[in-house]
Design a protein around this ligand. Structure first.
Ligand code: RTP
Length: 155
């Protein structure tokens, strides 16, 4: 389970504080469910500043880091582990670009966001970051389920 390159590849997705406050949790989850992906981990957490800083540790030298940490810890987020073929890459496509202006309509950011620092959701950008972020946000692990439906999604 969870191995990149298989039909059980897993990624970490978060509905950021702005997405939660704007009532977009259901829509974001529905997009992944409807596409055929499985929600195998799901919970709401209000991140501390320490958790936010750890999540964005690779950006710690950037001038916008303090504001990013403050924003990411400003309210509850929804943590999701989503499973399926190519979900890391496809998930990033469904999110859109980091910059909302560059995000196509039809993507989550292209449909719901305007400003870079309020871009609604996060998704892991590589197998390495997915493994790292899933360990950080789901230390208790996620659920293995429902392999029986796979033949209706994969040939
Ligand atoms: P995320 O990690 O949140 O999914 O976003 P990302 O991979 O698409 O982009 P990343 O480079 O990791 O940046 C993380 C978040 O920081 C904010 N940001 N602000 N002011 C700025 O120049 C700037 N650059 C990035 C964005 O909210 C971005 O999602």
């Amino acid at each position: 389970w969870g191995k990149a390159g298989t039909n059980q590849e897993r990624t970490f997705l978060a509905v950021k504080p702005d997405g939660v406050q704007r009532g977009l949790i259901g829509d974001i989850i529905a997009r992944f469910e409807k596409r055929g992906y499985k929600i195998v981990g799901l919970k709401m957490i209000w991140p501390t500043e320490e958790m936010a800083a750890a999540h964005y540790a690779d950006l710690s030298k950037k001038p916008f880091f303090p504001g990013l940490v403050k924003f990411f810890s400003s309210g509850p987020i929804v943590c999701l582990c989503i499973e399926g073929k190519d979900v890391i890459k496809q998930g990033r496509q469904m999110l859109g670009e980091t910059q909302p202006l560059a995000s196509k309509p039809g993507s989550i950011r292209g449909d719901y966001s305007i400003d870079l620092g309020r871009n609604i959701c996060h998704g892991s950008d590589s197998p390495e970051s997915a493994a790292h972020e899933l360990k950080m946000w789901f230390p208790e692990g996620v659920n293995d389920w429902n392999k029986a439906v796979d033949s209706w999604v994969y040939e």
